[in-house]
Ligand binder design. Structure first.
Ligand SMILES: Nc1ncnc2c1ncn2[C@@H]1O[C@H](COP(=O)(O)OP(=O)(O)OP(=O)(O)O)[C@@H](O)[C@H]1O
Ligand SMILES: [Mg+2]
Length: 266
């Protein structure tokens, strides 16, 4: 199976980028061919893997622009960076922020620009992971249209549940009236958890009660650690930065659980 997965939550700072990089590198360590798509003008996945977003010429924006202009002769290697930890990356930088306006002005097919590119890339990889930006705009809709499924990192906090409702409504629209009837939800991954506080236990319980019937909630969760906060500045994944720490271990466990769940698609 060659799978395309959007890592999405319009709430900012919930661990989308950290999960994209850590799951991506985790899957690569398990022998999977992985490509990460940075679909956020903040360029955090790009930065988190040690590249300077502002000095990169060819980004996801360049590629989406080519597709908008019906230039489909894109080489599969075009713009792809090969990271030493075994993942490929299509980078992003601030130029992606102008893409929203360009997409909105397209009358037909504006949701499908990314999909046209990723369908070309799909055969090259076992997993393409898309790191979404913290909003539900047309760029994120492009990710939800290109993806087979969505993985939702949720910070274990009281007000997380409300934002989740909005995301799930958007996903329901994409499936029922929108551009991707086949879109599935892989599940919710609790991140930035402080499992010593009863807050995490209570919040995960509330979300389990509200959504656990309809949405898979991964057993693994990602604890908070100072090392994980530092890793992006070093430009390497948590596996390299703090290989024996709690967050590397948690993402390792999560990768195993994720791969177990993937058997349903085989
Ligand atoms: N397990 C963790 N422990 C401590 N800090 C973390 C952890 N996971 C992520 N962080 C830090 O929290 C911040 C937000 O994480 P991240 O960038 O992954 O979230 P995001 O959802 O991608 O944010 P945005 O919405 O801005 O794209 C970052 O500074 C990151 O380094
Ligand atoms: Mg991010």
């Amino acid at each position: 199976m060659n799978r395309i997965i959007a890592i999405a939550n319009q709430k900012g700072g919930v661990g989308k980028t950290t999960t994209t990089i850590s799951l991506g590198v985790g899957l690569a360590k398990s022998g999977k061919r992985v490509c990460l798509i940075d679909l956020d003008p903040q360029g955090n996945t790009t930065q988190g893997l040690g590249y300077d977003p502002d000095s990169i010429d060819v980004t996801i924006t360049t590629i989406m622009d080519m597709i908008i202009h019906k230039d489909y002769k894109i080489s599969k290697e075009y713009g792809v960076l090969h990271h030493k930890e075994g993942v490929d990356l299509v980078p992003a930088n601030i130029e992606l922020s102008e893409m929203e306006m360009r997409l909105v002005s397209i009358y037909i097919g504006r949701e499908k620009i990314l999909s046209k590119y990723l369908e070309m890339m799909r055969p090259l990889y076992d997993y393409i992971l898309i790191d979404c930006k913290p909003s539900l705009d047309i760029i994120t809709i492009n990710a939800l249209t290109a993806a087979d499924s969505v993985l939702i990192p949720v910070q274990a906090q009281y007000y997380s549940a409300r934002g989740l409702e909005q995301l799930l409504n958007t996903i329901t629209w994409v499936v029922t009236d929108g551009p991707n009837p086949g879109l599935k939800v892989d599940g919710i991954l609790f991140t930035l958890a402080n499992d010593r506080t009863c807050n995490f236990k209570q919040v995960s319980q509330i979300i389990r009660e509200a959504y656990g019937q309809s949405i898979h909630i991964y057993k693994s969760y990602i604890p908070r650690s100072v090392k994980a906060e530092e890793a992006p500045t070093a430009g390497i994944s948590i596996y390299e930065y703090d290989s024996t720490g709690s967050v590397a271990e948690a993402y390792d466990r999560f990768t195993t659980e994720f791969l177990q769940e993937e058997k349903q698609y085989e």
